[in-house]
Design a protein around this ligand. Sequence first.
Ligand code: PLP
Length: 430
Amino acid sequence: MNFLSTRGGAPPVSLSAAIAAGLAPDGGLYVPARLPRFAPHEFDDCATLADVAGRLLAPFFADDALAAHLPAICAEAFTFAAPLRALATPDDFVLELFHGPTAAFKDFGARFLAATLARLPRAAATLTILVATSGDTGAAVAAAFHRRPGVRVVILYPDGRVAPRQAHQLGCFGDNVRALRVAGSFDDCQRLVKQALADRALAARVPLAAANSISLGRLLPQMAYYAEAALAHWRAQSTLLHFVVPTGNLGNALACVLARACGLPIGRIALATNANRTLADFFAGGDFAPRASVATLANAMDVGDPSNFERLRWLHPDAAALRREFIVASIDDAAIAATLRARHARHGEVFCPHTAAAVCLLERLRRDGVDGAWAVAATAHPAKFDRIVEPLIGAAVPVPPALAELLARPSAAQSLPADYAALRDALAAD
Ligand SMILES: *Cc1c(COP(=O)(O)O)cnc(C)c1O
């Protein structure tokens, strides 16, 4: 399959080329030339998440040099489960996406991208994977590429705006992973990475690749867990499974949207953002107006300019139709905190603040009389956000073993001003 730019000004490229390039040369995002259409029974013989991923992604890999490697890539990336569990409230579920090495859903995409890049032909020079993170991406990418030969990872994160345990994770890998804490916001980090990727003089000396949520190598595999959950529900109940997705850059949500567009038995899709209102204001009828991000309890969603919006517009070119297609709500910190407190007090349930935003939206939909089976994408383990969650629920959150192992390692980061010249010098220095 070929991949095209959302802006229509770039030649079609293969999947390998689209993954290697990150951004299309016209500044757009790569999207598949067409979407495959599956019927649920085509997955009947898929026993594992890796099997579902292999079947679902095969059309996207068709004709590409990587096609023969797809089963091995899936086996390497999908080594942990994404269980669908019932909540205490009837017909409500959580899709737990936090059982990977860094306890957030981004492990799926980062591991798939790493397994893919390892199988692409590459120049002799060390490839630098540059990643801006609002907290969880950096750790997932670091874990996925840690000690892989021929690559180094440079992480930029907003100093003081990530949770202490997130910061610890970012700095605990060492070896080929370097963490830079930037005196600025996540949007500053993202801007610096974009500037570096567009700097041809730098690229001639330091080969660079991106690993942000615009990467197809992260986006496509995320469809698999929505597919698996919806297929399991379809087999058991013969009804569509609806989803609420906590949303920042729209990477995770877009995977759900794409899986539905490929014929998977997914019903309605609701997006819960935090107090960063860019998406909510657009869906309420306003312009799409990117703005500076504000800091919230759900920091991995502190995004003022959701980068995958361009892909959503490509799928739904008509703005009015797009607004009708999705439920979008902005959930502020007070509502996130109240949801965390109340779900724990009433049901003994504990979520991360991002997941809590989605649970809050689901509760609102239920109050409005929305029925059917709904699953909330649980994007991170609550133990990653202990300083927020524990005081609210008044109880300790047990740390999963993979996270405990990372927290036991020493951690170090270098500081960087939010200034491109400083980043360029840091990248060229070694
Ligand atoms: C990254 C992240 C999100 C937001 O995902 P997007 O793909 O950026 O929309 C939500 N929750 C957690 C825990 C995250 O790490």
